[in-house]
Design a protein around this ligand. Sequence first.
Ligand SMILES: NC(=O)c1ccc[n+]([C@@H]2O[C@H](COP(=O)([O-])OP(=O)(O)OC[C@H]3O[C@@H](n4cnc5c(N)ncnc54)[C@H](OP(=O)(O)O)[C@@H]3O)[C@@H](O)[C@H]2O)c1
Length: 337
Amino acid sequence: MTDRPLRFGVLGAANIARAFIAGVAPSAKVTVAAVASRDPAKAEAFARETGVPRFHGSYEALLADQEIDALYIPLPNSLHAEWVVRAAEHGKPVLCEKPLAISGAQAREMFAAARKNGVALVEGFPYLAQIQTAKLRELLAAGAIGKLKTIHAAFGITSADPQNIRLSPTLGGGAVLDAGSYATSLIRIAAGERPTRVHATAHFAANGVDLTTLATIEFANGLLAQMSCSFETGYHRHALIAGTDGVIETNFLNHPPRSGPAVLQVKRGIAFDAAFEPLEVPAGNGFLREAESFADMLVHGPERWTGASEAESIDIMDTLDAVAASACSGGWVELRS
Ligand SMILES: NC(=O)c1ccc[n+]([C@@H]2O[C@H](COP(=O)([O-])OP(=O)(O)OC[C@H]3O[C@@H](n4cnc5c(N)ncnc54)[C@H](OP(=O)(O)O)[C@@H]3O)[C@@H](O)[C@H]2O)c1
């Protein structure tokens, strides 16, 4: 335990790494000490642009850097497993971007590698670090809206650039793994348990990646959830959680909205005219909150991590596998327990 900030290394000059580096910049607990790119010139330019003091011209060099305490991995989805395992073998804890992997089997291998090497591994969903989400968890745990019966969680964007990793079948593209991982994580976390089976339908691009997918997700506790995700719509991000005694609406935002405060809407009671009560909660940059929670976890233990637990991340990945399988087969897909 030291007083100096946790020194992150960033693997890949990813677009989202720019937002991560800017987001954590005000922190006294964490700092980005080095970045790496497969291309040395790109690494140097990225370090200069983002104000990161050091850079490496290969990912291997960053893993071997003794002045890095932990890694932030924002690589294409298909590369998360390989580089998380390599990082673990170098004794580095990892904050890996969502989705953790491209299959439940990979996610299990990644956690096994982290355990074997005695390092922490967590999946980054910045909205889980927001006070709004902590408040949502608190309300659900306290039974504020009774027993949950239905959840609708939707996340859609427009992603049409064929060069974007999101549209690549070999890099783990597709709406389910991208926007769908967010909506599915919200459903899993609100449900508080692993789903039992999934039925999905999707529209696919000519190269095989899904562009728009809608899934029904069943739980043993009687909850029925619907997840929708798309690369073909205007931006929307919204969840409606309905229970026997009320309803909660949330936009499960990663970062504070530019248009105003983050708001949770809570309707207590079942009457037609029961009003939604807006619960305004402070919001901060999601990357800053997430990275500081990660640093606290490394020092004080897993209870300080506000994000998805290992079990939650595995359930989310298995659910995404089942959604993809069902969208191809057209039938229900059971999740093995
Ligand atoms: N939490 C969030 O809010 C959030 C938001 C957006 C994205 N994400 C996640 O972050 C990850 C990166 O997304 P992004 O949009 O930032 O991606 P991106 O801009 O395309 O960056 C991905 C980086 O991966 C590296 N890379 C290594 N092998 C590659 C290959 N074969 N093809 C392309 N790039 C390769 C590249 O870095 P070098 O060339 O420098 O090596 C590239 O800059 C994804 O897992 C995504 O789901 C999370």
